[in-house]
Design a protein around this ligand. Sequence first.
Ligand code: SAM
Length: 506
Amino acid sequence: MNEWMEGYISDVEYTANYYKELDPNLLNLTAVLNDIEPIPVDEPFNYCELGCGKGITILALAANYPSGKFYAIDFNPSYIASARRIAEKANLTNIYFFEESFQELIDKPDLLPQMNFIIFHGIYAWISDENRLNLIKLCYRHLLSGGFVYNSYNAKPGWNDVEPLQKLIIGLSTEYPGTSLNKMDTIIHKIEKLQEIKSGYFEHKKDSIKNKINKMKAADNNYLVHEYLNKDWRAFYFPEVSKEMENAKLNYLCQASPSEIYTATLLPQEVTKQLSDIYEQNNRELLIDLFVNRVFRRDMYTRGISKNLNSVERHERLLEKEWILINHDKIEAFNFSLSVGNIQGDKKIYDKIILALKNDILSTKELQRLSSLDDNRIIQALMFLYDANYIAMYQKHDKEKVTNLNRVFASSVFEKNRFKYVIAAHIKQAVPMNDINMAWLDGLYKGFTSRKELVEYVYQSFTKLNMSISHENKVLKNSEMKKHLYNLEIKLRKKLLPFWQKLGIL
Ligand SMILES: C[S@@+](CC[C@H](N)C(=O)[O-])C[C@H]1O[C@@H](n2cnc3c(N)ncnc32)[C@H](O)[C@@H]1O
C-alpha cells in the first residue's frame, strides 16, 4: 500500500454512482421542512465535496447549477484525472478539481474559498481519527456562516451485531493473496464456513450475520472492498458525531432525507410517548436511532442559522413547489421503505396524486386541491413519493450544460467504462439509463435522426463490439436483433423521446 493512501483502499475503483441526497435542491427542501431558510442556488454559491471519488454526483451538479462553483477534492489521482477529463470534454467550466489529501488541504489555507455547502459522503466512518479531525478543521475554516454541511456515515446501533465481522474481514484480508477484489470472494466464502461451526459469536448473532452475508453476496465487489477493507473503519452513535462536529461550531439540523422528518411520529404510540419528555437533541436522536436500529445516517449541519421560517413561510415555500412524475413503471403498491420499516400508503390518496401527475406537472397546492388533503398530509405524501423516486421537483431550466455532459455520458456506452446515468435539467437530477437507451441517445446526438439511420447505427455498434441484446430471456442476434431494435425504436419515438424532452434530458 502506498503511503499517500493513509490506509485507504486504492487498488480497486469505487463505484461511479450518483447520489440524489447531495443535491442542493434536496438539502434546501429538507431545510425548509425543518423551518430553516434555504441557501439560494439561482445566484452564485460555492459547493465543495471532500472525497468526491469518481465525481459523478458533483459533475452532474455542476451541469445542473450553472450559477454555482463546484470544488471536487480527492487524493486519488485516477479519480481526479478521469473526472477532470469528463468536465473538459463537456466544457464544464464551473467545476474545479484538486488532487489533495485532507491533510494537504489543511496545509494550504488559501487553496479553497469559503463554501455555502460542504459535503462528505461515505467518508467519515472510513478514515482515521486524524483525518476526521481534518474534515472538522476544513469545515471550520471554509464554511460560510449559514452554510450547510452534509455528513453520512455508518451508524450504531444498527452496525453493532456485524461490527466484529468487519474486524474479521480486514484481518483475513492479510491472509489471502491477490488484489482486494479477489480477496473479497474468498473472505465471504470463509465466513460462511465459519458460521457453519455454530459457535460463539457466529451462533449468537447468526441471523444478523446471515443477513449481512446475503447482502454482501448481492452487492458489487468494488463497493464491498471500499466498505470493508479500509484500515480505518468505525460506526458511530449520533452523539459521538455531533460532539465532534460541534468543534467547528456546527449544529445538527436534520437528516438529509425529506421523509425522515416524519420518523418520530411514525413510531408506535408507546415509543412516541416515551420521546415526549426527551428534549435534548443528542438524547432524542440516539433514542430514535435505538428504536429504528439505525444502520446509516445522512446528517445535515449548519453553522449559525440565518433565519428560522415561521409556519406560514414554510408552507408557502412547500406549496408553491412543482412536481413531475418520473417513474411510470412501478406504481402500484405505495409501500414506502422508511427507517421505521415499511409503511403502507393509503392507495386512494396516492392513486389520486399519481393520476393527476400522469396528465400534468402540478404544484403542491394544485395537488392539494385535487386530493382534498390538508397542508401537512399532502406535503407528507409528496415527500414519501419524492424520496422513493416516484416524483421529482420540477422547474424549467436552460439545458445547454446538461446536454454537453449527456453527450459525453451517452458516447461512453461503447467504451470500456460506461456511465449509467444521464442528467435531466428540469428536475436537476441524474436518472439511470440502460445501454440501449444510452445508445439511442448517442445516435441522436451524432445526428442519426431517421428511423433507418438510428437503428442501423445502434445495430452496427452493438454488433461490432459483440454487445448482446436480450428479449424475453433470449439473446438476440443478427436479423432478430435488428427486428427488435426497429420495434424498440417505435417505443422510443412514442414514449421515451417526449418524456426525455419533458425532463430536460434532450
Ligand atoms: C467511499 S468513497 C466515496 C466517494 C464519493 N463521495 C461517493 O460517495 O461516491 C471515499 C473517497 O474518499 C477519498 N479519500 C479517502 N481518504 C482521503 C483523504 N485522506 N484525503 C482525500 N480523499 C480521501 C477516497 O479516495 C475515495 O474516493
